[in-house]
Design a protein around this ligand. Structure first.
Ligand SMILES: [Zn+2]
Ligand SMILES: [Zn+2]
Length: 364
């Protein structure tokens, strides 16, 4: 009888927190990782952001979770070992690992530095790597990653509040670049002020855009305009403010994952405006065609970004002092953090203080 991947003994002992079933409750978990090969980098994990997809996968919301699952794909750590083929990274350097750790390297997407659209892309956790080992994420003490998926960490980027850039940051940055949403002076609408939305506001300001936050929560206005630097704020249910903003926006980034109407957002766009959706509603949305045709408007999507672009984004954020607004937590707070995340009760990202909070556990 073949062993399941987590029962197999690999050379590297590892320790983290895993969910074992659809309750999504995480608890301490001893496991093992593959040997550090000639193309690999071994990383001691310092910090890991808590992405909304960690919650979905811990609870098997998408139906493909392979338990036990160690979530986490916003990883910042220190290199502890490099394989003989690794020339661009040294022991002791800070590095980052985002949502993917492998791709085929031969398909058209891979050839164009768009590994994130490779049909054989390996996710950082809950995936099976090319060597047959199961991938486990950053809610753990260490990880072994192929060198091509390890990001250099800019010196002046904070390792804790910078961690969420590895998923939330690139998820916003990549479409802004691809869809040409960076022209200074243009007007950007950001729908939803959560993990993605608050970084979209910061990136938008760094690109020189006028930024308006569109939210269902009136109480977020002060945060949006005073703390995050948005130029204006619209409560989406306020007909007067919505009417005043009709036809004023060049671009909209929509981060909402709940089912919601697109027609009002298309109404906010100028002719030739672009609405880019990043959330993943579990049911199809209704797409009105009249405003698209009559205003030559565009609706598009986007998913994280390639490694090269992720590196570029980290350097852009370092240069412009952009990081996430975070609540730093200990590992044993993760179940409470997940409950709060489900209620959007976080400003705006939990980051786990991994190295400090795991050091209290005695390795068995
Ligand atoms: Zn993520
Ligand atoms: Zn590929």
């Amino acid at each position: 009888m073949s062993k399941s991947p987590e029962q197999e003994e690999h050379p590297r002992k590892a320790f983290g927190w895993a969910a074992r079933d659809a309750s999504g409750i995480l608890s301490p978990f001893n496991f093992s990782r593959r040997e550090n090969g000639i193309d690999d980098v071994a990383i001691k994990i310092l910090y890991c952001g808590v992405c909304h997809s960690d919650l979905h996968l811990a609870k098997n919301d998408w139906g493909y979770t392979m338990y036990p699952v160690v979530p986490g794909h916003e990883i910042v750590g220190v290199v502890t070992e490099v394989g003989s083929n690794v020339t661009n990274l040294k022991v002791g350097e800070h590095v980052g690992v985002g949502a993917m750790v492998g791709s085929c390297k031969t398909c058209q997407s891979c050839q164009q530095d768009l590994e994130n659209y490779c049909p054989k892309m390996i996710f950082t956790y809950n995936s099976i790597n090319y060597d047959g080992t199961k991938t486990y994420g950053g809610y753990s003490d260490m990880v072994v990653v192929n060198k091509d998926f390890v990001l250099r960490w800019p010196d002046n980027l904070p390792p804790d509040s910078g961690a969420p850039l590895l998923c939330a940051g690139i998820t916003v940055y990549s479409p802004m670049k691809y869809y040409g949403m960076t022209e200074p002076g243009k007007h950007l609408g950001v729908v939803g002020l959560g993990g993605l939305g608050h970084i979209a506001v910061k990136l938008g300001k760094a690109f020189g855009l006028k930024v308006t936050v569109i939210s269902t929560s009136p109480h977020k206005e002060a945060e949006a305009t005073e703390r995050l630097g948005a130029d204006s704020f619209i409560v989406s249910r306020d007909p007067v403010k919505v009417k005043a903003a009709l036809g004023t926006m060049d671009y909209i980034i929509d981060t909402v994952s709940a089912v919601h109407p697109l027609a009002p957002l298309l109404g906010l766009l100028k002719p030739h405006g672009k609405l880019i959706t990043l959330g993943l509603p579990d049911k199809p949305l209704e797409l009105p065609i009249f405003p698209l045709v009559l205003g030559r408007k565009l609706v598009g999507g986007s998913d994280i970004g390639g490694i090269k672009e992720t590196q570029e984004m980290l350097e852009f954020c370092a240069k412009h002092n952009i990081a996430a607004d975070i609540e730093l937590i200990q590992m044993d707070y993760i179940n409470t953090a997940m409950e709060r995340l489900a209620k959007a009760d976080v400003q705006y990202r939990f980051v786990i203080d991994v190295a400090n909070s795991l050091s209290q556990y005695v390795m068995s």
